[in-house]
Design a protein. Structure first.
Length: 333
């Protein structure tokens, strides 16, 4: 380029445009968050081994990373409400007692035991509750009054609770509700006492329109899929203080599910109406900033991904699809 400047103005102009083009390529490759839509996951077409066990609408999925198990909640008449598979895709067993209409499911492990938490949005004698089960389906704990929808004025009276997340300490986060009278985020202690509660129906800061999914990151923040408002809101897990929100990635469809990857670098978000998994860059510390989509996985039409979960050991992503009536597994590349 320096030679072109000294001896040939025409060549210099040509080299200048080559340089600009080269810089744009470098910029696209190293600075753009899209980076050419590099593939991050691939579908495990061999999971599960026997998909015929899906006999209802698969609304939710939870991974027991410690024991290599995958729990699936499904709805329908005369179908088992909870199916259990190995991480290799083999069907193990099912159970059905005291579950009416599962919406969210979560596996909690301690040093000595495991349990399965289910949010039940049914309107019958088991509904409007958050329930804890043994891995084999024995009912261990019921939060809420079965069969009775409750006002947000009463902390443990739910109306179609959408999802639950339980930390290793036993502290519990519940988003309540999936279209009911409540629109709130509730934190409970390990003995089921209210620590804090936030949220009313609306579009303002800290308000919700169908808080649909909840997760906690490694930096003390609670992330909520505020489905009806087409945004994710973030709160301090100790105080419940509002920290920020993301809406820029959700103009086409609101977020249905939020889960972090095993390294907490990305947030996996299901968007049901456009059949897409969005993979967002997660801010490690400090300001929430703006939403940045680094990749997306486009699913087949009418798949309708509802809720997802991540195996925190292998990094695999499991997607409960109510349209396709199946759970699919995506493995990281």
């Amino acid at each position: 380029l320096s030679t072109a400047v000294s001896f040939d103005p025409t060549l210099m102009e040509f080299d200048y445009y080559i340089f600009i083009l080269y810089f744009q390529v470098l910029k696209a490759e190293y600075f753009s968050p899209w980076r050419g839509e590099q593939q991050m996951y691939k579908l495990d077409i061999g999971w599960p081994k026997t998909p015929e066990h899906f006999t209802g609408q698969t609304f939710c999925v939870a991974v027991d990373s410690l024991h290599g198990l995958v729990y699936v909640g499904q709805r329908g008449d005369n179908v088992p409400k909870v199916l259990v598979f190995s991480e290799g895709g083999y069907f193990l067993y099912a159970w059905n007692d005291t579950v009416e209409m599962p919406h969210g499911i979560f596996v909690w492990n301690t040093a000595t035991e495991s349990s399965v938490w289910i949010t039940d949005v049914g309107t019958g004698k088991y509904g409007h509750t958050v329930k804890q089960y043994s891995p084999l389906g024995k009912l261990m704990q019921v939060l809420g009054t079965p069969g009775n929808a409750g006002s947000s004025l009463i902390p443990l009276q739910f109306d179609q609770p959408a999802e639950i997340f339980v930390e290793e300490t036993g502290e519990i986060y519940v988003v309540d509700g999936d279209g009911g009278m409540n629109n709130r985020l509730l934190k409970l202690s390990d003995d089921y006492k209210e620590i804090w509660l936030t949220g009313t129906n609306g579009s303002g800061i800290g308000q919700f329109k169908i808080p649909h999914s909840v997760t906690v990151d490694a930096f003390g923040r609670v992330w909520v899929a505020d489905r009806g408002n087409k945004r994710i809101q973030v709160f301090d897990k100790v105080t419940g203080e509002w920290l920020g929100s993301w809406s820029g990635c959700f103009s086409e469809d609101g977020p249905y599910s939020v889960r972090f990857t095993a390294d907490y670098k990305y947030l996996i978000v299901a968007q049901l109406n456009i059949n897409r998994l969005a993979i967002l860059a997660a801010p490690p510390v400090g300001s929430i900033g703006d939403c940045v989509m680094v990749h997306s996985v486009q699913l087949a039409e009418e798949t309708k991904p509802h809720l997802v979960d991540v195996d925190m050991r292998s990094g695999a992503v499991y997607v409960a699809e109510i349209g396709a009536q199946q759970v699919q597994k995506y493995v990281p590349l």
